[in-house]
Design a binder for this molecule. Sequence first.
Ligand code: FAD
Length: 455
Amino acid sequence: MSLRVAVIGAGPAGIYASDLLIRNQELDIHVDLFEQMPAPFGLIRYGVAPDHPRIKGIVKSLHNVLDKPKLRLIGNVTVGRDITVEELREYYDAVVFSTGAVRDRDLLIPGGDKSIGAGEFVGFYDGNPRFERNWDLSAKEVAVVGVGNVALDISRVLAKTGDELLVTEIPDNVYESLKGNQAQTVHMFGRRGPAQAKFTPKELRELDESETIQVLVDPEDIDYDQLSEEVRRADKSVDLVCQVLEQYAMREPDDSPHKIYIHFFEAPVEVLTEGDAIVGIRTERQELDGEGGIRGTGKFTDWPVQQVYHAVGYRSEPVEGVPFDTERHVIPNDGGHVLTDPDGEIVPDLYTTGWIKRGPIGLIGNTKSDAKETTDMLVSDALAGRLTAPAHEDPDAILGLLQSRDIEYTTWDGWYRLDEAERAAGADCGTNARERKKIVEWEDMLAHSTHKREG
Ligand SMILES: Cc1cc2nc3c(=O)[nH]c(=O)nc-3n(C[C@H](O)[C@H](O)[C@H](O)COP(=O)(O)OP(=O)(O)OC[C@H]3O[C@@H](n4cnc5c(N)ncnc54)[C@H](O)[C@@H]3O)c2cc1C
């Protein structure tokens, strides 16, 4: 029995799901992987920080999946806009949504609208053409609200020098902005304590690896109640994070030009402004309540900062024509089947996986097990005859439809050409030669990767 499946979103979740489908032994499954950007890889390309080459290197193993003939990449196509979900159902037995998350959650405090979402800054430094191309880095003192890995990424990028990042894939405009970065002090703020921080140990240690950065924690912020101690004993990763933070708390400030202070038990309550300018952030001291929560102490501190970023979580966007849970910002599902609403019925032939399925939490590796759950459901539905056969049998009919709409879709061969061009641009940087320099502009990416180059 053979099957045609459309997977929407070529981030890690979509690629892992495609891999499992095309390798299925019971069914002969062909997958078309749709992606709105001209290039694949989702947040690996447009989220993971440029100074994390090991993580960016996961792309190499994803290449092996996309190299397989049963998988076809169709990029530069936004599902819900360029083609509707109803139309897709005429070409495929099933559709899997793995559209991830790109937007920031808001910082809901007075003045919070003046704070910049981490995702905006990440979009800038990772060269996402949908985001701002020039960045104001004139602030000497900066606040970062949040104590998770994204907060670590942006604090580290803010505290490093432009030259330290020049060995990475950053494009020229990003380097030019970072070279002029004035930031000397970055204050990270978490409402709760060290045992409640969302860091992973490796990423927390990395924060301190730059010669120009010293990371400091106030010893008074190292506090655990009984529940925190229990969490430490039960979770090795939490314990390691606490150990690293304790080491940071034992230090005296040195003469490193850039300092990152990680503050715990300080809940931001207001971004302070004068006219349009940010002049500070006010926090309220918190204490553990012994029951796993915190309570305010009524002691407020104003920290002089001229820029505030918030890394309080990413948020998914709905896809036109697909149910969306506006509270949790996910596609309502029961482990993979799309539901009409969170308590609703299964929508036949539609599935979901990755961050759009379970919310924006977890590392790239977590999307693998998630994809397995979803694709197992799809396969068992197919074997039980529960999928609706598509109207069109010719696998190229979909390409004909896109061409009839003048959509310049990109291909996997096109990615190889773009990849080669980015590598050539990196090699061409004279004394600053590096593995890759990213091509940013949409049209420039298309110039290499569109199907039209294939005649
Ligand atoms: C700033 C940041 C840094 C991170 N750093 C790390 C790290 O160092 N290590 C690590 O393991 N994890 C890291 N992560 C987590 C990791 O990126 C996620 O776990 C993973 O990317 C989630 O995969 P996904 O495929 O669900 O979503 P995504 O990676 O977001 O992929 C979704 C894809 O769907 C596409 N899409 C969306 N809507 C449509 C549509 N309508 N039509 C067509 N295509 C569409 C998007 O363009 C995107 O390519 C980081 C996350 C962020 C936000």
